[in-house]
Design a protein around this ligand. Structure first.
Ligand SMILES: C[S@@+](CC[C@H](N)C(=O)[O-])C[C@H]1O[C@@H](n2cnc3c(N)ncnc32)[C@H](O)[C@@H]1O
Length: 321
């Protein structure tokens, strides 16, 4: 980026309280000059995550930005690709809105939903409008076997259960059946058609895959930006929430992920990773290379379904830039 351009980008980030990557696309959209009205309208019109996801990163992004840990200043969103291989609700993707992105997750229903929003959003909206917020109806939808449904039906059921189930949780039993109880809400918004259309537009140039993170990252090149938000290492024995998929994510998996982090670092990618602030994770990311640094952030995350188990917990953010 030229110095003059960079100054304008920084002006946009401050004026609109947004990240530097999104600011670059806004400068491009306003033809190189800061058109306040145009930029405000684009910001007002940006999509937001379409599911509530445990561990969603939305509230933390501002803190990461203020600590100057996110996004990496030297990432070039025009020529390089953004990877979010534990996509979940995609909070970071929706914050950056990069032109080139590869999102992936091992949760089949979630990935199907992203792809239906991308390719068939109007059919999804029609289907979502038919749902009702009622316990018996919820239990009936919950009991449906995913294998017997079309992609639009899978996405519609997924969003419905996310909006009306307890705490927006995703939890499956050992045979993969969704088992979250009915949630108590005041008139939950099941079909946010306006946001779904915006999400669909934002996904048009994005690839969304149902794959393990390792497979997807084979394609990551020097200069690409990878954000890892894996299932967290448990803080204590009672908070070992690992319900996103029927597979767990334990010590062995955390070590393999650290190895992938190091490999991407050596390849020249910008890498950022979130996890819990536990002795195990601190040790895992210590003493690897002086560029790989571990920072502490405090997060008001709810990981326990019992109200008594909630509270502010600490997280770590590991970056190599
Ligand atoms: C902490 S959540 C991500 C939350 C997300 N960043 C957000 O803001 O909503 C972890 C995600 O990793 C996915 N996952 C678990 N194991 C995986 C694997 N081996 N490869 C890819 N994704 C995996 C889960 O399905 C889950 O969606």
């Amino acid at each position: 980026m030229k110095i003059k351009e960079k100054t304008k980008v920084l002006e946009i980030t401050e004026k609109f309280d947004i990240n530097i990557i999104f600011a670059q696309s806004l400068l491009l959209a306003s033809d190189g000059d800061i058109d306040t009205e145009k930029i405000s309208n684009i910001i007002k019109d940006r999509p937001k995550p379409f599911v509530k996801w445990v561990g969603g990163k939305r509230q933390l992004l501002k803190q990461f930005r203020e600590m100057d840990l996110y996004p990496p200043h030297d990432f070039d969103p025009i020529h390089n690709t953004y990877f979010e291989p534990f996509a979940g609700g995609g909070a970071v993707f929706f914050d950056l809105l990069p032109k080139k992105a590869i999102l992936s997750d091992l949760n089949f229903e979630l990935v199907t939903t992203y792809n239906v929003i991308k390719n068939d959003v109007e059919a999804l909206i029609r289907s979502l409008k038919k749902h009702v917020y009622e316990k018996e109806y919820y239990l009936n939808i919950r009991s449906k076997k995913v294998e017997s449904l079309s992609d639009v039906q899978i996405a519609s059921r997924f969003i419905y259960l996310n909006r009306t189930g307890f705490n927006g949780m995703y939890r499956v039993n050992s045979s993969g059946g969704f088992n979250v109880p009915f949630g108590r809400y005041n008139n939950p918004l099941i079909c946010d058609a306006e946001n779904l259309r915006k999400v669909s537009k934002a996904l048009q140039h994005v690839t969304i895959q149902h794959r393990d993170y390792k497979y997807v990252l084979k394609k990551a090149k020097k200069g690409d930006f990878v954000y890892f938000d894996p299932p967290y290492y448990p803080v204590n024995r009672t908070s070992n929430f690992t319900g996103y998929t029927s597979e767990g994510f334990f010590e062995k998996e955390q070590e393999a992920l650290r190895d992938t982090f190091v490999e991407l670092h050596k390849r020249g990618c910008f890498v950022m990773l979130s996890n819990s602030d536990t002795p195990f994770i601190n040790k895992l990311y210590s003493g690897i290379d002086k560029k790989i640094k571990l920072h502490k952030v405090s997060a008001g995350r709810n990981i326990n379904s019992k109200a008594s188990g909630r509270g502010k917990i600490k997280e770590v953010l590991v970056v190599n830039y």
